[in-house]
Design a protein around this ligand. Sequence first.
Ligand code: ACO
Length: 427
Amino acid sequence: MDDATLRIGDQELSLPTLEGTMGERAVDISALRKETSYTTFDRGFGNTAETKSSITFINGEGGILRHRGYAIEDLATKASFLEVAYLLIEGELPTVTQLATFEAAIHENANLPEDLKHLFDAFPHEAHPMAVLASGISTFGAYYPEAADPLDDLAVDRATQLLIAKMPTMVAWAFKYRERRPYIYPRYDLDYAANFLHMVFSRPHRHLEVSPQVQRAMNMLLVLHADHEQNCSASTVRIVGSSHASIFASMSAGIHALSGPLHGGANQAVLEMLQAMSDAGGDVETYIAKAKDKDDPFRLMGFGHRVYKNFDPRSRILKGAVDDVLSILGKDDPLLRLAVELEEAALDDDYFVERKLFPNVDFYSGIIYRAMGFPVDMFTSLFALGRMPGWIAQWREMHSDPTTRIGRPRQVYTGETDRPFTPIADR
Ligand code: ACO
């Protein structure tokens, strides 16, 4: 590919370009500051590729999402979550033997150390599960110091297994603590999705029989959240890891980044928005008008995406699954009817059409979680459970790339210039 030419004043600079395997092109500005003293200015990194990556491909205009070249539509309906986790981390779909070995390691490590139960006790029962989860994962560095060295490949493999294996137990136990109910231990005869549902919904005296359809729906939800390239939480994970902080510290930071309502926290915010709309009489137009009003900070939660300027393929899959799941569970959710009405109204409105604002993954996931019986403030921790393999894959890719440098953006300083110091008595 041809170099790009940049002219600033009378200085001309030739900048190399690069092209990805799907034709994405970039101008390499690494030498810009050294050669010209200029930096680039790009709020929210909307135009900045910080890394090359071979994990996930998104075409936002086409509504395409692929992991390691495999379409999300295939993975969501044909693969188990652990198969997808293996694919993201190792780069290839596992063989039967590879998957069996991986599953055995995950089963073997699913339990939490007994001492760790006391961590939950330190939190108020009403604590948001994302706060408990982020703290819980950061304690892993203390419980498993042998797995915390980011520069030791065997330690990283061990940490990978620990994180994927223990995350469902952490999420389920955070839920049990919140509900003031006894913890339910993992079962080794169940697959990842079914075991998670068992730990959330079984009681010591009443074990949940997970129906195959609900197990499939849970598996699909986990797969749909497994990775999404350089989003806010994945970039956080990479930037924290780039300082050679442990993988556990990096994952804890990723959980915190995900908790925000503009990111993973949107699944909770969508349900709360739909509930508020329903309580106020279900007037969709009022909310559309509020979302369009630039003097009102309200945004239509579950709409819009930095990358997708078309239907988010994950929300398309979920929309198709909602009716099935609700009919299996024998539920008719008035909030689903409201969601459909809201989606139709927004897709028909010039404001949303012109800005290419479509429903994202969070718009429909909450309806399914709710039908399954999860409380609303647990939704974002379900997202975190699904996203763990993606964060791990991103962290490992960053570490294995010899060109990685510590993440350290520049700024354009706009504060005071040079001021003489005034002693406090004279101010
Ligand atoms: N409701 C109303 N207007 C919106 C919305 C929305 N949900 N999203 C974007 N817009 C408007 C913006 O106000 C802006 O309008 P303008 O051009 O007149 O100023 C325009 O659309 C472009 O939006 P940006 O804010 O520039 O988009 P950005 O890429 O920075 O933000 C984001 C993306 C954060 C997802 C945004 O669309 C949003 O806040 N959506 C609601 C929260 C949400 O659903 N988040 C989940 C995202 S998916 C995920 O993380 C899993």
